[in-house]
Write a protein that binds this ligand. Sequence first.
Ligand code: AHM
Ligand code: MG
Length: 335
Amino acid sequence: MNDKLALPVGTTLDRFIMRKQEAFPYATGELSQLLRDIALAAKIVNREINRAGLLDVTGAYGQQNVQGEDQQKLDVIANIRFIRALRNGGEVCTIISEEEDDIIQTGNHKGKYIVAIDPLDGSSNIDVNVSIGTIFSVYRRLSEQGCDGTEEDCLQKGDRQVAAGYVIYGSSTMLVYTTGHGVNGFTYDPSLGEFFLSHPTITSPTTGNIYSINEGTYNYFPEGVKQYVNYCKENDYSARYIGSLVADFHRNLLKGGIYMYPATTKAPKGKLRLMYECNALAFIVEQAGGKATNGSQRIMEMQPTELHQRCPLFIGSTEMVDKVHEFLKAEVEVG
Ligand code: AHM
Ligand code: MG
């Protein structure tokens, strides 16, 4: 027989999710359905992104195209797509989105889950054909089923996540997720319209030589971060900064490295959002053996107080996060 015919058929995301569900005899399949809904929306958004430049989907929101129709920016389109998929899926009662000021009620009162989502992260890269991503977190609701979810349901600590993941729209499109039992990555085959398991059980190197930070804002960094950046240079580390969190994070997760968005004198709370960006990636990095902190505290233990709360982020290979902590600690001790 032809050797190639003997190769196992690739594992699709659907099949993988089903197998994982079967491993839990009491699983109802609702979380599995939710993950499938996210994958479906990701495929649709992937299609829109790949047509950007051909369709009028880049540029400023609020303009009209030649037919007089409203143009929609890709991040607005992505927001609509994910919300629609989650609403139609029926498993989610409430969504919070980086694109929306307020809580979104899906009307699915029986839905057990809450989703926090950044539908399209890396907005400054959308118009210029650079990798962008979607980031999501899933929580179980705290309130009784049968009514809308509450703000308390949404403001849960990261360590209450039941699943988290991201989609990277890059040289290929990938979906990476965890349900707390390791991290797995799936690559999209556009000709088949399927995600296939390509990166099983992702483990992040404990150290690396890549540092990712917007060094243009060096003058505004805390002293400890300045010193750590100097340490990276003295040790011939490579500076890599795409400016799309998902892309920077994904590279560092696979190759070993650290991504930093510190509090600065200009942005004293940092830039990134705890609920839409930091928590999901913290869950994933920890599941892959890495670390995520705000400089002093584990991200997953931070109690959120507002939906759109910002927080500093130090995330990546364990030894590198520990090292930057040493510098930050020394700064505090010196005063
Ligand atoms: P966004 O949610 O408005 O896209 O902002 C988040 C992005 C991250 O993807 C990226 O790492 C960071 O902002 C870049 O910020 P800066 O341009 O300040 O370096
Ligand atoms: Mg964002």
